[in-house]
Design a protein around this ligand. Structure first.
Ligand code: COA
Length: 160
């Protein structure tokens, strides 16, 4: 059985992330979405985990589960018997950061492979910061995020 882990901050989960996890779920037997602890995120770790779990349930991805973690990604991967770390690549700017991260992860855990999926063309311009900016300025973002995320963003920005 092949197990993949998709780590990230997911602040919040977007249709771009859902594209990657959906495709990973077709390639691997099991996929673990691992939501990284982050002090600078707009949403708390629990909120980000819940939003991603709701999106996975809504998409009917039965071989995907969502966890949260603090510490090193490769440690969590090993604890969960993970064979591959999956990440999405949008453009050359993603590549330099991902290349560095993949090499460091390989240095720490040569037994865990990094696998990259090219983002679908329609999600190329989506990023967490752009989504947060638009939502904060009151522009509709419903077609860029899974159901429930736009409402969660509106709630976050209501009292700011
Ligand atoms: N489509 C659209 N947008 C995408 C995307 C896709 N397929 N993939 C990523 N993005 C966007 C995100 O929305 C986010 O945008 P933002 O920066 O504007 O908010 C950005 O790309 C990256 O976010 P995300 O995918 O959530 O990952 P990340 O880069 O925040 O995650 C970790 C990095 C958590 C995987 C990494 O820091 C880590 O492993 N941390 C744990 C500690 C550790 O092990 N450190 C050593 C690493 S070598």
């Amino acid at each position: 059985m092949t197990v993949a882990m998709y780590p990230g901050r997911f602040d919040p989960v977007t249709n771009g992330h859902m594209d990657i996890v959906t495709r990973a779920a077709e390639i691997f037997d099991r996929v673990i979405v691992a939501v990284a602890d982050s002090r600078s995120a707009l949403f708390s770790t629990d909120e980000r985990q819940q939003l991603f779990a709701d999106a996975v349930e809504h998409a009917g991805l039965h071989n995907v589960r969502v966890i949260s973690f603090a510490g090193l990604t490769v440690d969590v991967a090993r604890e969960n018997g993970v064979h591959a770390l999956v990440r999405g690549l949008r453009a050359i700017t993603d590549f330099s950061a991902e290349f560095d991260m993949a090499l460091m992860n390989r240095k720490m855990a040569p037994d865990v492979e990094s696998v990259y999926l090219m983002t679908a063309l329609e999600h190329l311009f989506i990023s967490g910061s752009r989504i947060r900016e638009l939502a904060g300025l009151g522009h509709p973002i419903d077609d860029l995020v899974p159901p429930g995320v736009a409402e969660a963003l509106a709630e976050k920005f209501k009292n700011r």
